[in-house]
Design a protein around this ligand. Structure first.
Ligand code: SF4
Length: 325
């Protein structure tokens, strides 16, 4: 089993790190707790850090009807904290720089949420609302585009969670390769990620292969930049289960003729169970790995596809929406 690197993840602090929510509670989430033990943690609470106190009266995002500007408005006190929050955000953006590999934010928060936050049209109690991003969530998307950014609500969906984990660890391995900096490091990275890339986006995998192959004709620094952009684009959306099945079959083809017919049939039945959402991908993948060990299939054993992130994070719990996104 491969040694897994530690991604640098920025969390909303109330996700298990401190009881800093407006009502003074902390959110216990078993997945976040497991994740925290395998990553480098930066935990931030924008509202506490701008001095709103714990506990505090709730705040909301409200559009100022006079200026059209977004405010962080506290209805109980009439307080307007948009300027303080913008200053905090600017300071954190500068401080974090190119450091983070990914973000795990609190959903629906007027500060941390990045996609499902109520945005009120004005300050009066009956102001209607739309949906947008919180101050920090919005800044994260703007400053770190193409990064693995999710919230703990969406990560309850098995498919979204698995994809986010694959993306986060793949990018972290890429960062380490890029820090090493040589063409050998890029070739090694691409070779090991090939099946993982095939499973998320076959077309992008081919394009990335061409980027690596253009070494010698173009400056190496240019290749790293182009490869990174392509890698992020490859993970822009979770793959369809069919793409994972096809990738597993591709790897299986490296040794399947050496299996007895009943073994082949057993493997293919597990793959069908995955396709029908009766078992997670890790079930056929574990058997694939066992076969690769038995037949010493070095190419398959060297693939991060077998082991894309720490095993204890592959919890099978789900929000109940199955693979629906
Ligand atoms: S959602 Fe963000 S601002 Fe609100 S308590 Fe959690 S970390 Fe703090």
């Amino acid at each position: 089993m491969a040694v897994q690197p530690r991604p640098r993840v920025v969390f909303s602090k109330c996700l298990g790190f401190e009881a800093c929510r407006w009502n003074g509670v902390v959110i216990d989430d078993p997945f976040v707790a497991a994740l925290a033990s395998r990553v480098e943690i930066t935990a931030l609470c924008p509202e506490a850090e701008i001095g709103l106190g714990i506990p505090r009266d709730p705040v909301r995002v409200a559009l100022d009807p006079d200026t059209g500007e977004r405010e962080l408005y506290q209805p109980a006190t009439g307080g307007r904290h948009g300027s303080a929050m913008r200053a905090w955000v600017a300071a954190r953006v500068a401080e974090l720089g190119d450091g983070p590999d990914g973000f795990l934010l609190k959903n629906r928060s007027p500060s941390c949420g990045f996609r499902d936050v109520k945005v009120y049209r004005g300050f009066v109690p009956a102001a209607g609302s739309g949906i947008g991003a919180g101050f920090w969530g919005e800044a994260v998307l703007a400053r770190w585009p193409g990064h693995p950014v999710e919230d703990e609500g969406r990560l309850k969906n098995f498919t979204i969670r698995e994809h986010w984990l694959r993306f986060l660890w793949s990018l972290t391995r890429f960062r380490l390769a890029r820090e090493a900096g040589g063409i050998d490091d890029l070739v090694r990275f691409h070779t090991a990620e090939k099946l993982l890339l095939l499973s998320v986006n076959q077309e992008r995998m081919r394009v990335l292969g061409r980027v690596v192959a253009s070494h010698g004709k173009r400056p190496l620094a240019e290749l790293w930049v182009e490869y990174e952009a392509g890698l992020r684009a490859a993970f822009a959306a979770p793959p369809k289960p069919g793409a994972i099945v096809n990738t597993i079959l591709h790897a299986f083809g490296h040794y399947s003729d050496r299996l007895a017919a009943p073994e082949r049939a057993h493997f293919l039945s597990l793959l069908e169970a995955y396709r029908d959402e009766r078992v997670p991908a890790s079930v056929p993948l574990k058997l694939l790995e066992s076969h690769a060990i038995r037949f010493e299939v070095a190419y398959v054993l060297g693939q991060t596809f077998l082991d894309p992130y720490p095993e204890e994070l592959s919890m099978i719990s789900d929000s109940g929406k199955g693979r629906d996104l």
